[in-house]
Design a protein around this ligand. Structure first.
Ligand code: N01
Length: 543
């Protein structure tokens, strides 16, 4: 079934719920609210199509690091049965096709308004409604406001002097032109070696005349070992969907593999090496699951880190480049571990060079390229910013959200985000933040985290309507305890040791340093959320 998206509604239209964003989260939230609960709901989406992350991130090499059979909605057996992924890790166009298929299959488009960026959302306690204004000036109201804005959707473009003077073209990976970029015959500079940059390097290198990679922080990466899915695997995944769903929901990170219940020191050095070799050969994020203590015991982590550094030295032939790439300053997986398809191998190409920004930082951008502090000007026709995002809070704070008594969210979060369960903010009644800060979100396979939040919110609204309740708000003391628990959960791991990670907000100058996602694990979080409901929405004020 296909239908067209909604046009603007009449000025002042009152909805039961407004959802901001039509990515993985917004699509499923609409389905739950409209078709399961019978609410009048509308999705407001800034992009010109559905898909969220997968609508915007069209950079070369963009593909998912979760395995395709797990990067899917699991709420519908029919949807699981009918959709066929082609590769172990789907590319951006295939995921975008999937999300468009979902929008059509569940007839969602008629309640999605595209090209509509929300400018402000103000809560008015007099009518207990959210008053929303879009950038194009439409005004709507709703009882419930649900943000589905994504954790990594507000681009971080570093403020490097001279960018406005650059005579070539420049792009941020998260806002890539739909028509693509032709690198043939071009000298390209790429800043950034996170998950995105590591995916982009081999693909850009294969067509550019020359690629210069500007690396500030060296990174681990595990080969993805991407390949077309065999018919046998597809049949297996469909036949075992219930088991895969159960595995994903029962483990800490929402992936379809189980973390081994052994310490890195339960085995001999030779056995450990053999385990790492096998995990390296298998590829993917599962490498992290080789031992249970890789993220909690520095000595255990060191064994994985040493193995991975040695792999870099084995793959990269030029010892200078290998040294720069292997000079990693944080424990393995304390920043989100990238997986790649030929990243380190790309540095063996004659047309790829590497600049160590730790030794020679960028001084400025000139009309002709990038100048580093050693006085060298690297001549460039194109600059690619693979510099990441103002993660987790950026997209929310870009909207002028105000709660009770006009309190701006920006003010409430001045010292860092404070939520209850990552779902609600004290002082902001009836506002729900899907995969908000303080929830597992980015530490989890995202569709698993999203489905849990969307269903929790839908169940909560159903509970309220069944009892004639119209307002839910997190209690300040519940927020305080939760923030404390989020900090404790992070401190029990090595994650805060990557002092410059976006998990901590450290990649954006001036952003408060707070560990934002909940590191206690998805399974534990799911239980906590269920317990809160079982105890009558403990920690929330309902009226
Ligand atoms: O962003 P990042 P990303 N000068 O912040 C560097 C998800 N993802 O877009 O580490 C020079 O990780 C910065 O250096 P440093 C995934 O969760 C998912 O790569 O701050 N360099 C770093 O090297 C991931 O973690 C998938 O020192 C500067 C890089 O830019 C998240 O998105 C695919 C700089 C930014 O790395 C974000 O990944 C891709 C400056 N001024 C991404 N500023 C899939 O699964 C920043 N850098 C599909």
């Amino acid at each position: 079934m296909t239908s067209r998206e909604a046009g603007p509604a009449a000025e002042g239209t009152a909805f039961d719920a407004l959802v901001i964003g039509a990515g993985f989260a917004g699509l499923y939230q609409l389905l739950c609210l409209r078709d399961r609960l019978g609410l009048s709901a509308r999705v407001l989406e800034a992009g010109g199509g559905v898909g969220g992350t997968w609508y915007w991130n069209r950079y070369p090499g963009a593909r998912c690091d979760s395995e395709s059979h797990s990067y899917s909605y699991y709420f519908s057996d029919e949807l699981l049965r009918d959709w066929n992924w082609s590769e172990r890790y789907p590319q951006q166009p295939e995921i975008l096709r999937y999300l468009n298929h979902v929008a059509d299959r569940f007839d969602l488009r008629r309640d999605i308004q595209l090209n509509t960026r929300v400018a402000e959302a103000h809560y008015d306690s007099a009518d207990n409604r959210w008053h929303v204004r879009t950038e194009t000036g439409e005004r709507y109201t709703a009882t419930f406001l649900i943000t589905a804005v994504g954790c990594l959707s507000s681009a971080n473009i570093p403020d490097i002097p001279g960018l406005d003077q650059f005579a070539g073209d420049w792009y941020h990976t998260g806002g890539w032109p739909h028509e693509g970029v032709d690198f043939a015959g071009k000298r390209v500079g790429q800043i950034g070696t996170g998950s995105t940059g590591i995916q982009a390097v081999p693909v850009i290198a294969s067509t550019a005349e020359h690629l210069t990679v500007f690396q500030r922080t060296a990174n681990y990466s595990i080969p993805a070992r991407n390949a077309p899915l065999t018919e046998e695997f597809k049949r297996w995944a469909k036949a075992n969907a219930a088991g895969i769903r159960a595995t994903m929901r029962s483990n800490t990170n929402g992936h379809p593999f189980v973390i081994e219940n052994r310490s890195a020191f339960d085995v001999s050095d030779a056995e450990r090496d053999a385990i790492y070799e096998a995990a390296w050969a298998k590829g993917g994020l599962q490498f992290r699951a080789s031992f249970r203590d890789l993220l909690t015991d520095k000595a255990a982590n060191d064994t994985a880190a040493a193995f991975l550094r040695e792999k870099i030295r084995q793959v990269v032939q030029d010892p200078d480049k290998a040294g720069i790439l292997a000079a990693i300053d944080h424990p393995f997986a304390t920043k989100r571990p990238p997986i790649d398809s030929g990243y380190f191998e790309a540095f063996n190409r004659d047309n790829v060079s590497l600049v160590d920004l730790r030794r020679t930082p960028i001084e400025c951008i000139t009309p002709n390229g990038i100048r580093t502090t050693d006085g060298i000007e690297h001549p460039l026709d194109i600059i690619v910013f693979a510099t990441g995002f103002d993660a987790m809070t950026g997209a929310l704070l870009n909207i002028d959200i105000r709660g009770r008594d006009g309190l701006p969210l920006r003010q409430a979060w001045e010292a860092g985000p404070r939520t209850y369960l990552g779902l609600q903010v004290a002082g902001f009644p009836n506002l729900f933040t899907i995969t908000g800060p303080g929830s597992p979100s980015v530490l989890c396979n995202m569709p698993v985290a999203i489905e849990q939040h969307v269903e929790w919110i839908a169940d909560c609204i159903a509970h309220m309507r069944a009892r004639g309740l119209t307002r839910i708000e997190a209690k300040p003391d519940a927020v305080g305890s939760w923030v404390e628990h989020v900090n404790e959960a992070a401190s029990a791991t090595l994650l805060p040791q990557a002092g410059h990670s976006w998990y901590l907000g450290a990649n954006v100058p001036g952003k408060p340093r707070v560990f934002m996602p909940y590191a206690g694990g998805m399974a534990r979080y799911r239980e906590i959320c269920a317990g809160v409901v079982a105890r009558g929405y403990e920690g929330f004020a309902l009226e």
